[in-house]
Design a protein around this ligand. Sequence first.
Ligand code: SF4
Length: 415
Amino acid sequence: MTTNGDIDSILQRGAEGGRITPDEALLLYTQAPLHALGEAADTVRRRWHPEGIVTYIIDRNINYTNVCVTACRFCAFYRAPKHHEGWSHGMDEILRRCAEAVELGATQVMLQGGHHPEYGVEYYESLFSGVKAAFPQLVIHSIGPSEIMHMAKVSDVSIDEAIARIKAAGLDSIAGAGAEMLPARPRKALAPLKESGERWLEVMAAAHAQGIDSTATMMMGTGETATERIEHLRMIRDVQDLAVSRGFVPVAVSEKGAAIGGFRSFIPWTYQPENNHLKGRTQATSLEYLRLIAVARLFFDNVAHLQASWLTTGKDVGQLALHMGVDDLGSIMLEENVISSAGARHRSNLHELISMIRTADRIPAQRDTWYAHLAVHRTPADDPTDERVVSHFSSIALPGGGAGTRINLPLVDVN
Ligand code: SF4
């Protein structure tokens, strides 16, 4: 029989930096009192990030195609090959969107798209090298293991060769996209044509071994069990252990451009139920999300950063997460079409993000992809002042999910 004393002693061990087992994490997730759970997670956050800084990044998600052969059941963004709503963007349009992002202060682009049946390694080489040539200052934090497996198959090369070639072409960092739920049962239900969770992690480990680090994500709320949620965390922690054993040491804040290696951060987000084949399924509640956030901070003794997904949970829950172990609010997302297509309608701008952080009694700071601080806003006098940048609201699903050309970002009227 579990007692309150058992829960207290696990919380204390986790708060002090000791490792907790998956069974203990499940116990905390399902039974620990919320305040005690949040307090323990916040203690861990303070140890990783003692200055009390909470970061954000300015970036744009640019979609190169919505054509996809993988037909994930939760996805509202893709169109099957030959579907009349399928589209792909040429390099000119992608560069135009990059230029707009740079204009608004972006330091990173996330190039994201479907598994187009004709897009092999050569396509991605030309995509990344084209963006790097035009905008060497932009960090390319893009694609995920699923795209790497797809391009390797189309080009009939090994995973290692695909990774080496896209790295040489300019890919700086791999996004944690496509993790969804890693355990087999929920993954098969969500994305029957996608690779297994184990394969997803193997490709991440292969990229880490070649010096490309990444993030890790989790989509919660499609009917998976509490045990499966904790199993997802375990699978990621084991691969991060591998990265650490190879000498990639996670650190709280890196020097600019320093390779931390492995998974830099963990980013859980909540499934959005519109316009897809899973419509009607239960969504994760705010409480489930906050509890998961806190357990993740306690469980990941080897991952430096934890990001809240205000885009899917809303800003109030995003701010609350700052008291449950979170140290990063991600991006204002100058453009986002994939999750927005499934119903995420929360919008924000830099004014709001900075205010959310400051009113949570934290110090806001703009970061780069590797969490190096670019500007720390210790007082309101340190806040960014370029009105076009600070007042620009994140976009919600551009027309056609980003289709068409010359669709300008809906810039605010600053007058
Ligand atoms: S989630 Fe990605 S791989 Fe799955 S259908 Fe959508 S675009 Fe394709």
